[in-house]
Design a protein around this ligand. Structure first.
Ligand code: SAH
Ligand code: SF4
Ligand code: F3S
Length: 479
């Protein structure tokens, strides 16, 4: 067995603390001469699971490794450094990663010099580290979401000493500015506005894996957005686990409404934001959305459940009635607004009646899209300790029933688009059909249509011809 050096190990108690103010630290890049020589022109591979926070982290890691003189590859078989950037939100997300680590056994046997690193939210859990250390002896380095800034140091230590490293800090977290970035896209970008989460929904692991809710300064956010605008980006998405909490910790008058107003005032065609927390959503934000035509009229507003008793045990701080009131208030001010949501089915002890409350809420809101999940217990969260009287088979049954109900609205709203023309930001050659391009409408519907590859990154007008429920077929309209 190879020696393991534990620089830091995760601890749930520490991860739960919310005592200190976040410090802002400016990243400094000072690799050793040996590391610069060793890694120059070597290839790195990153596979990312999970949410946009993780995608944005991949961009930071790519930026750091590029600075080290490395070259990105999309083929794990030719990599000298491979990173799996993981998600812990549900068990199936973790299972996928374990499968992928298993697949690396062969690759590592063929390329003994490959350095295999695992990072991201899964690694913020002690039991996962123990499992990887004992089951996958060929994993070389594990580092946490707070330790990305130390990536080069970890790699240098590894080539010097050839021992395994675990560097996973559990603490409230800092704000690290001036991190290098290599963006995955040239036309749409994610910009972090807050990190972490203080909500502690009883089922959720995120507040433990990402630390406390902390806001970047308006100045740094606007600087990043201005640079994107200069480079010709067409869409900026402001990111936070709860964007509406932006500014609370800064105590200098910064609010999400003011920030959104400033970002939308930059010359960028599309602005989006993720994720909104219902009871923190302020009237001022509705006014800012109404004021700017470049803020997309589409809100992702996770409800999780339509039952007040379940919302209470989930530790969500709003009722069904308050949620519906908010949706109606937004619809009254902005009639074209469309909503999507996240829903968890089969929370511990959810009765069938409570489940039906979720169905009826969904049908009242008329979501145009939604992400639905079967509850997955997460070690260390309060919900995971609850006894559960609902069988898995019953949860699957309810899940299917909910999806069927939601699809009635999805279909209605998608069908209503047929025959009309929409602006579409062209993203890529369609994955399913190489002869088609695909992109998103302002209301976040994916459309496939014929067109030249050179259109990628542009906004074009597309007339919708066919509705396929989860996607649309259209044709470019030349004016
Ligand atoms: N901060 C965002 C996103 C959090 S994770 C928010 O609050 O909406 C994305 C979604 O995963 C959540 O909205 C929730 O619906 C789902 N989720 C989180 N923990 C889960 C769990 N233990 N089991 C099933 N779904 C879960
Ligand atoms: Fe998780 Fe709730 Fe925070 Fe979202 S708001 S990240 S669901 S704890
Ligand atoms: Fe997953 Fe972590 Fe995001 S748990 S959903 S990658 S914050």
């Amino acid at each position: 067995m190879r020696k393991v050096e534990f620089i830091d190990i995760p601890n749930l108690e520490k991860a739960r603390l919310r005592k200190h103010n976040a410090d802002t630290i400016f990243f400094s890049f000072n690799p050793s001469k040996e590391a610069l020589i060793y890694f120059k022109n070597k290839k790195y591979f990153i596979r990312t699971y999970g949410c946009q926070s993780n995608i944005r982290d991949e961009e930071t890691m790519s930026g750091i490794l590029d600075k080290l003189g490395m070259i990105k590859t999309y083929n794990e078989n030719e990599a000298d450094v491979a990173i799996l950037n993981t998600c812990a939100v549900r068990e199936n997300a973790e299972d996928k990663v374990f499968g992928q680590i298993g697949d690396f056994k062969k690759i590592k046997e063929q390329n003994k010099k490959l350095i295999l690193l695992i990072c991201g939210c899964m690694i913020e859990q002690k039991h996962i580290i123990d499992k990887i250390l004992s089951t996958f002896p060929y994993v070389d380095i594990m580092f946490g979401t707070h330790n990305i800034k130390d990536l080069v140091l970890l790699l240098s230590n590894y080539i010097d000493n050839n021992i395994r490293y675990v560097d996973v800090s559990s603490y409230e977290g800092d704000i690290i500015e001036d991190l290098p970035v290599k963006r995955l896209e040239t036309y749409k970008a994610f910009v972090n506005i807050t990190y972490g989460c203080n909500n502690f929904c009883s089922y959720c692991i995120v507040p433990y894996t990402r630390g406390k809710e902390r806001s970047r300064s308006e100045e740094e956010i606007l600087k990043e957005c201005e640079e994107l605008v200069k480079k010709g980006y067409k869409e900026i998405t402001l990111l936070g686990q709860n964007v509406d909490a932006y500014g609370k910790d800064l105590k200098n008058g910064s609010t999400f409404a003011r920030l959104l107003d400033k970002v939308a005032s930059l010359n960028v065609p599309r602005v989006r934001f993720l994720t909104s927390y219902p009871s923190d959503f302020k009237d001022e934000v509705i006014d800012v959305i109404a004021k700017h035509s470049n803020i997309m009229k589409f809100i992702h507003l996770p409800v999780q459940s339509g039952s007040n008793s379940i919302l209470k045990t989930m530790n969500r701080r709003y009722t069904r009635e308050e949620y519906l009131e908010l949706v109606n208030k937004i619809k009254n001010k902005i009639p074209s607004m469309e909503f999507s949501t996240d829903i968890i089915v089969g929370f511990p002890n959810e009765s069938y009646e409570e489940f039906l409350d979720t169905v009826s809420l969904a049908r009242e809101v008329h979501y145009t899209s939604a992400f639905t999940f079967i509850y997955s217990p997460r070690v260390g969260t309060p919900a995971a300790k609850m006894k559960d009287n609902v069988t898995y088979e019953e949860k699957v049954k309810r899940f299917k029933e909910l999806v069927k109900e939601l699809e009635i609205d999805f279909n209605f709203y998608a069908q209503r688009m047929v025959g009309n023309t929409y602006e579409v930001l062209v993203e890529e050659v369609s994955k399913k059909n190489k002869n088609l391009l695909s992109g998103y409408t302002e209301n976040n519907k994916v459309v496939h249509f014929k067109g030249d590859k050179s259109l990628i990154g542009n906004i074009v007008k597309v007339k919708i011809l066919e509705n396929h429920l989860y996607s649309l077929i259209g044709e470019i309209v030349n004016e």
